[in-house]
Write a protein that binds this ligand. Structure first.
Ligand code: F6R
Ligand code: ZN
Length: 197
């Protein structure tokens, strides 16, 4: 990339709706990019036949992908469900696995679902004001369980990269589903312990 910002700089998050005034990259993920990720495949197919719904968006301030630089931006997961499963990000490990990430929740209500390559898992609230520290090695997926956008600001080492493959194949160990209007965490039947893959 052409480095136009090689001095200290400020950028603004504009509010209501949140966006970056001066982003370099806008990633848009629709239902069609989540093939095989929602547990109710019938609900997924029926919804996709109606419309390729917009699920989430990312606004990035792009930096050179080298150690020492940071990638920052906004992640916005829209509200909704595929069957009983809430809209969520694909989720990933970092390609350079020993890289952490910080998320600051600005608006909305949801969870970050996380797991390690050896099958340990965790879930933490994404609520306005919460800062989540995701240590190295933990895969992460944001899930919007609310009725408004789930807006988070993120920062991570710019050389971290993304590994989507493992999650695409097995999903996460847990699913977050709606039961009687409330989110519940259940086992993912598609998941396999790492030593059985
Ligand atoms: C970067 C990061 C976030 C996500 C974004 C979309 O390492 O964790 O910027 O990339 O929330 O999620 P994915 O990348 O899983 O589609
Ligand atoms: Zn990440």
């Amino acid at each position: 990339m052409t480095l136009t910002r090689n001095r200290p700089f400020i950028y603004r998050i504009t509010m209501a709706p949140e966006t970056l005034a001066d982003f370099d990259n806008h990633i848009v993920r629709r239902l069609s990019s989540m093939q095989g990720q929602y547990h109710d495949q019938e609900a997924y197919a029926a919804m996709l036949a109606r419309e390729d719904t917009l699920l989430y968006e990312v606004y990035e301030i792009v930096r050179p992908e080298v150690p020492g630089e940071m990638m920052t931006g906004l992640s916005i997961v829209h509200p909704g469900r595929v069957g009983d499963e809430y809209f969520m990000t694909k989720g990933h490990f970092h390609a350079v696995p020993d890289t952490a990430e910080i998320y600051y929740c600005m608006r909305g209500q949801g969870y970050m679902l996380m797991e390690t390559p050896d099958g340990d898992w965790d879930i933490q609230d994404l609520l306005p004001g919460n800062v989540l520290y995701i240590p190295p090695y933990w895969a992460h997926r944001s899930i919007n369980t609310g009725t408004t956008d789930l807006v988070t600001y993120f920062a991570y080492p710019a050389h971290a990269g993304h590994d989507y493959g493992t999650i695409e194949q097995y999903g996460y160990r847990k699913l977050v589903l709606e039961r009687d209007g409330q989110p519940v965490v259940v086992d993912n039947p598609r998941w396999l312990p790492p030593d059985q893959r």
